[in-house]
Each structure stands twice: as C-alpha cells, then as structure tokens.
Design a protein around this ligand. Structure first.
Ligand SMILES: Cc1cc2nc3c(=O)[nH]c(=O)nc-3n(C[C@H](O)[C@H](O)[C@H](O)COP(=O)(O)OP(=O)(O)OC[C@H]3O[C@@H](n4cnc5c(N)ncnc54)[C@H](O)[C@@H]3O)c2cc1C
Length: 401
C-alpha cells in the first residue's frame, strides 16, 4: 500500500525531502505558511553550493574571537540574552570550538555535502530544472600568512576525503579571473576550489515543486500554517491554521529556524538558534567575477548568477527577527564595495533581504526520527542549500526503514 507523508516547510530542505519521498513512491503533501516555496532562509541566500567549504563555525579561532564578537558590530556578532535555550546553545557551541571537534564536524558535513552533490547531479540528469546552476569555481580570500597556514592544515585533512583545493597567490588569483585584479590590496592569496557550484535556491524550489505536482502527484498547499502535530497508533496528524486536520503515515518537520515551535510541544525540541544574515543584488558590471568569491575577513560572499550579482553576508547569532535593519544593509553594501570595488553596479544595489540560518552548536544538521511517525530534517545553518539534497536522501532512508 502507498505510504503517505506530510512535509511541513517548503524551503530547500522541505522541497528536497518531498522529492526524495515522492521518488520512492510515497504520496506526499507539502505544506508551507508562505505564499510559495522558499519564503524563509532559502529565498535569497548566498546561492552557493559549497560542497568543499564545509568548515564548522565552531573552531579554536572562533573561540579566540568570542569576546570581540560579543560586542562587535562587524560581519559576525553574538547577541546577549539570558534565555536558557540560548545560553545552553552558547555553552554547547563553545564546547565545539576545540580543534578535534572542528575537524570531526567539518568532515561529517563534508561527507553529507558529497552525498548532496551526487543527489543533485542525479536529479538534474532526470529533470532539466532551470535555476542558474553551473560550476563556477570559488576563491576564498586570505589576508595573512597566519590565514594561509590555518587554511593549509584544513585543506590537508579535507583533501584526504577527496576535496580538490589549492592555495594560490595574488598573481595566480588574477589569472583565475581577471576581474579579481581590483581586490582589496591587503589580500595575499586565496584557497581555490574549481569544482564549487552556484544555483538560485528560489528558482530551484519553484521548478522542483512544479515537477513534483505535475509528475509525482505531490499536493502543495501554500498560505497554510501548521499549528500542531500529534502522533497516535495509526500515524500522525497535523492541525492547520484554518482548523483542518491532515493525517499521514509520516510527518516531516522541515521548518528551518521555526521547527522548534512544532517540536517543542512534543518534547522534541532541538538545540538550534537563528543566525541572521542579509543579502542584496546588483546588475553585473565589466569587473564582475564569474568565479564565486568568499571574503572571510568581512564575512561575505559574491555569487554571479548569470544575469546579476548576489552578495550575502553578516551573521548575528541569536537574532530571530526578520526585520531589515537599514544600518546592516548599509554595512553590507559598503563592505562589499571595499572588497570588490568593481564587482557590480553598486549604484543600483537592491533586492535587500534578510534570513535566519537554523544553526546547531556543532554545525551539523538534525536528521532523525522524533517518534514512530514524525521525523526531523532541520538545523542546516549556513549550508542548507548545499546540504538539502543529501539530507533529503538520508531522511528518506531513515523513514523507509
Ligand atoms: C544570508 C544567508 C546566506 C546564506 N548563504 C548560503 C549559501 O550560499 N549556501 C548554502 O548552502 N546555504 C546558505 N545559507 C543557509 C541556507 O539558506 C539555510 O540553511 C537553508 O535555507 C535552510 O533551509 P530550510 O528549508 O531548512 O529552511 P527555510 O528555507 O527557512 O524553510 C522553512 C520553511 O518552513 C516554513 N514554515 C515555518 N514554520 C511553519 C509552520 N508552522 N507551518 C508551515 N510552514 C512553516 C517557512 O515558511 C519556510 O518556507 C544562507 C543563509 C543566509 C541567511
């Protein structure tokens, strides 16, 4: 008999989960409170499929910078709050800042990223989706010998897992993409990863939902919030904001940073905090690089989406509001211009957006059962777009057994 699933949340993780189950023959209903897919963190994120840059946020260098970040106004800030869940998260995060944990967490996500790349390739071979998907390559700018030394040691342990990265100097950087000539003078070199990929997550979600409803019989319900989930001997049921109830053999919670609103009442909340970020877009200019650029010093990324440049950055740990702070946007545009002065037409910067990264203390997503008929797929932090396809495959493997 065909099994049924309700996926709550139609961001990249929920849509990918719907595909993984529908592809295995499940009857799937996808429910989201937004007007369409990708109305949360997936909407206008950095658009990078960072299959090799899986470095965990918690590391000895992050730990050393913690006092500065607590009061900082730069790219990364840690908010102050006496909320117990937040303090517990911070304590767990601090425990994940050792060199050993950094390595374990980074490698664990690297494995999931490799599964994601393979799953994405299989999907794109089967369905020609339009989402500006291409191998763009990426450079991660370095500013000092200390940066280079640290990067070399991280590259070494990732290389052992098949990750092709090299250190390039300033001259080689300009050979990779002549548009990088105008970089900040202080840049000494970069890590180059030729295999990194870009793609627009909003277009991906829209195209895949179209395929799912047209070819896999998936029902997509938007403008429909889920208020509660309950489990009984026959399966699980969800209560929608209009009072309606839906029953299914399996309910998957994929609500990003909002997942705990549904999991908390079940006693299944996961340790997760929002990390707020921003993005904007601008028209391409003569000096726009084709290659993706990550500026770790300013904590921002540039992604050429073919017809526009997207810039994303800022990490405000523990900040859960979705209001756009004009001061932060001003900071992001100014910092991007300092980093890559000819990266795009800054005079036409627009599409200002903010989103909340659903972040766990160890930078690893939570993919597990929360009951016989309830499963969780959330907590993907800064890499949800990268990890969505592999996470969906793991989730499907979990609930099929
Ligand atoms: C500035 C920024 C840049 C980023 N850049 C990158 C990048 O370059 N590469 C990368 O891999 N990742 C990046 N990320 C991270 C990535 O965007 C997230 O990890 C990912 O989008 C999380 O996807 P999700 O589907 O879990 O959550 P979301 O996209 O937030 O989706 C959750 C969905 O659940 C719905 N929902 C919530 N509650 C309910 C409810 N009660 N009932 C019904 N629906 C509900 C919401 O409407 C939403 O559509 C970035 C994030 C930010 C903020």
């Amino acid at each position: 008999m065909q099994r049924s699933a309700v996926i709550v949340g139609a961001g990249v993780v929920g849509v990918a989960s719907a595909y993984a189950l529908a592809d295995r023959g499940w009857r799937v209903t996808l429910v989201d409170q937004g007007a369409g897919p990708a109305s949360g963190a997936s909407h206008a994120n950095g658009a990078q499929l960072s299959y090799c840059f899986t470095d965990a946020l918690g590391s000895p260098s992050t730990f050393a910078a913690l006092p500065k970040l607590l009061f900082g106004k730069g790219g990364v800030t840690i908010g102050l709050s006496a909320r117990l869940d937040y303090l517990c998260w911070l304590a767990r995060f601090a425990r994940n800042c050792t060199a050993a944990k950094f390595r374990t967490n980074t490698l664990s996500v690297l494995q999931l990223a490799a599964e994601s790349r393979a799953a994405m390739d299989r999907l794109c071979d089967k369905h020609p989706l339009e989402f500006s998907h291409r191998v763009a390559g990426k450079v991660n700018l370095l500013y000092s010998q200390e940066d280079e030394r640290r990067s070399a040691s991280i590259m070494a342990f990732k290389r052992a897992e098949g990750c092709e990265q090299t250190l390039v100097d300033r001259r080689e950087l300009e050979q990779l993409d002549p548009a990088l000539e105008g970089l900040d003078d202080e840049v000494t070199g970069a890590i180059s990863t030729p295999s990194e990929v870009v793609g627009d997550p909003l277009l991906f979600c829209r195209s895949l939902v179209n395929v799912l409803t047209r070819e896999y019989g998936v029902t997509a319900r938007f403008d429909t919030g889920v208020c509660a989930i309950a489990e009984n001997a026959a399966g699980a049921s969800i209560t929608l904001s209009n009072g309606e109830q839906l029953r299914a053999d399996m309910v998957v919670v994929a609500c990003g940073h909002a997942s705990n609103r549904l999991l908390g009442p079940l006693g299944k909340a996961v340790s997760m905090q929002p990390i707020k970020g921003y993005s904007f877009e601008m028209p391409l200019a003569n000096g726009s690089p084709h290659i993706s650029v990550t500026d770790g010093k300013r904590r921002l990324v540039f992604t050429n989406l073919g017809d526009r440049m997207r810039v994303a950055g800022i990490a405000e740990v523990g900040e859960g509001s979705r209001d756009i702070d004009p001061g932060r946007i001003e900071w992001l545009v100014r910092s991007a211009r300092e980093s890559l002065p000819n990266g795009g037409d800054y005079s036409k910067a627009g599409q200002f957006w903010t989103g909340l990264r659903p972040s766990t203390p160890d930078s690893r997503p939570v993919i597990r059962r929360a009951g016989k008929s309830i499963a969780i797929n959330t907590g993907h932090g800064s890499l949800g777009w990268t990890l969505a396809m592999g996470s969906a495959e793991r989730l499907a493997g979990l609930v099929e057994n």
